[in-house]
Design a protein around this ligand. Structure first.
Ligand code: F6P
Length: 546
């Protein structure tokens, strides 16, 4: 492993950045662009088919130099090598972090505990391929001999957000005679609405859960089994035709009644939020076909290689991670907006919320000390242009600094008249308006009444990145996801936190387990919570008529 790294505020580059921030915090992007007419070209870079314009950030060459120094001083290079080398960098769970092995080409070698895991990865991919081909061609029949035309993925968190995001993102490439639904919430409405118009004889459930113990997923899976069995007169042999599992826990899968022949495995070195390219992506493969899925994996791998080998100053995930640190820790920005200008990416921000916030929402360093700096920002977003008519007002004229990532495409998958030019014009216009704003002089020159001028001034100096790619393909989606995965990794290394555990979700889960019987018991339960929780439980029971 790497040599001991000083605490963040003791690192030389951090100290230099702190001083440098004081010098440049007042600089306006208007000035920076006026001073250097080539800034737009100079502060942009392209790799693996993704163009990143980061010129509209509140940085100078010196800022970039210091941020790169920070990455180096933080041991990022060694940590990247440790991750790709299969070291157990998820310290609190004593696990390797090898989502990169999920997209390593056949023949590559990545070892964990002395064992090359790449052949296992491809063995599972081959089984998934065979299964997907049978379902897609109609060769896989339901219990009564009907073709499967509905696929319902049951999972939550990483076992849902990746699959649903990828399904939406790649709909253009989907086999359209198959219907896909995603059930995640323990709210019965989610299941009820997902199957309301489905015929059980034509429906296949994928129960997707790394642990196969998650309350929501197991509850929904049991409900699905009842729903399915009811159509087959309770014949349990139907389960083999209508249920498959995706999990690391063969024992629990068997206990549930799914034959392990219908289970697609993965490994403890794949974190839930990093699993959409493992067998958790079975629904994606069913939707876009094995070839498309392999293209997506190849895209992931291209970005992995770029991240692993490119110098930090031209490394897209490193640059984006460092810029995020710059705003989060020096400008005190608390949020970041991800704004894809492609309707197919409508679930991308939701996917990134788990990726980023579950990874870096930590206040304890890997050594178990409380941090004295801000870590993971709050991430939100909506596809453009919808967001413009909703929350962009606050980004333009609110009191907070919200760095934005715009994601744009050169070509539409649905070219329709002038739509695409209009859509993409909005990306460039928004980034321009945020950066340069509109001065009082400009507003006055338009003949605006004096009293209205302050309302119509845009102070600008609001930072953004623009990511531009030719078109949204499976490979591009892989690259985009890997870009954010590695950006999150870069930030976690600098903050010295474990980006791969999620202890913070445990307490609420445990407390819910204690409260469920208190809501259900026919006896008046003896409540020993705080007075607010006790009261809420009592009122709820009354509303239920208990
Ligand atoms: O709620 C936390 C979490 O563990 C996520 O990290 C994970 O993606 C999700 O629950 C689902 O877990 P599983 O795939 O084991 O059902």
């Amino acid at each position: 492993m790497t040599a001991q790294i000083p605490a963040l505020s003791d690192r030389q580059a951090w100290k230099k950045l702190t001083a440098h921030y004081q010098e440049i915090r007042g600089l306006h992007l208007r000035q920076m662009f006026a001073d250097n007419p080539q800034r737009g070209e100079q502060m942009s870079t392209e790799a693996v088919g993704l163009f990143l314009d980061y010129s509209k950030n509140r940085i100078t060459d010196e800022t970039l130099k210091l941020l790169v120094e920070l990455a180096e001083e933080s041991g990022l290079r060694a940590k990247i090598d440790a991750m790709f080398g299969g070291e157990k960098i998820n310290l609190t769970e004593d696990r390797a972090v090898l989502h990169v092995a999920l997209r390593a080409p056949r023949g590559a070698a990545i070892t964990v505990d002395g064992e090359n895991v790449v052949p296992e990865v491809h063995a599972v991919l081959d089984r998934m391929t065979d299964f997907a081909n049978r379902v897609r061609s109609g060769a896989w029949k339901g219990h009564t001999g009907k073709r499967i035309v509905n696929i319902v993925n049951i999972g939550i968190g990483g076992s849902d957000l990746g699959p649903v995001m990828a399904y939406e993102a790649l709909k253009h490439y989907c086999q359209r005679d198959l219907t896909f639904r995603f059930v995640s919430n323990v709210d019965g409405t989610d299941f009820a609405e997902a199957v309301v118009d489905l015929d059980p004889e034509e429906t296949l459930f994928i129960v997707a859960s790394k642990t196969f113990t998650t309350l929501e997923t197991m509850t929904n899976a049991n409900t699905a089994r009842e729903w399915s069995l009811a159509a087959f007169g309770g014949d349990a042999s139907s389960v083999a035709k209508h249920f498959v599992a995706v999990s690391t826990n063969a024992e629990k899968v068997t206990e549930f009644g799914i034959d392990t022949a219908n289970m697609f495995g993965f490994w403890d070195w794949v974190g839930g939020r990093y699993s959409m390219d493992s067998s958790i992506g079975l629904s994606t493969m069913l939707a876009i076909g094995p070839e498309g899925f392999l293209e997506m994996l190849a895209g992931f791998h291209e970005m992995d290689e770029h991240f692993r080998t490119a110098p930090f100053s031209q490394n897209l995930p490193v640059l984006m991670g460092l810029l995020s640190i710059w705003y989060n820790d020096f400008f005190g920005a608390e949020t970041v907006a991800v704004l894809p200008y492609d309707q197919y990416l409508k679930r991308f921000p939701a996917y990134l919320q788990q990726l980023s916030m579950e990874s870096n929402g930590k206040y304890i360093t890997v050594e178990g000390k409380r941090v004295d700096y801000a870590t993971g920002p709050i991430l939100f977003g909506e596809p453009g242009t919808n967001g413009q008519h909703s929350f962009y007002q606050l980004i333009h004229q609110g009191t907070r600094l919200i760095p934005c990532d715009f994601i744009a495409f050169g070509k539409s998958l649905n070219p329709l008249g002038r739509h695409h030019d209009m859509l993409q014009a909005n990306v460039f216009a928004q980034a321009e308006a945020l950066a340069f704003g509109k001065t009082a002089e400009e507003v006055k020159a338009e003949g605006t009444a004096d009293w209205l001028v302050p309302h119509r001034v845009f102070e600008g100096n609001r930072p953004s990145n623009v990511l531009l790619a030719e078109s949204l393909t499976p490979a591009l989606l892989g690259k985009l996801v890997a870009l954010y995965e590695h950006s999150v990794f870069t930030q976690g290394i600098i903050w010295n936190i474990d980006s791969f555990d999620q202890w913070g979700v445990e307490l609420g889960k445990k407390l819910a387990q204690r409260i469920i019987p208190e809501l259900e018991s026919s006896e008046q339960p003896e409540l020993q919570h705080d007075s607010s929780t006790n009261n809420l439980i009592r009122i709820y029971r009354k509303m239920k008529g208990m």
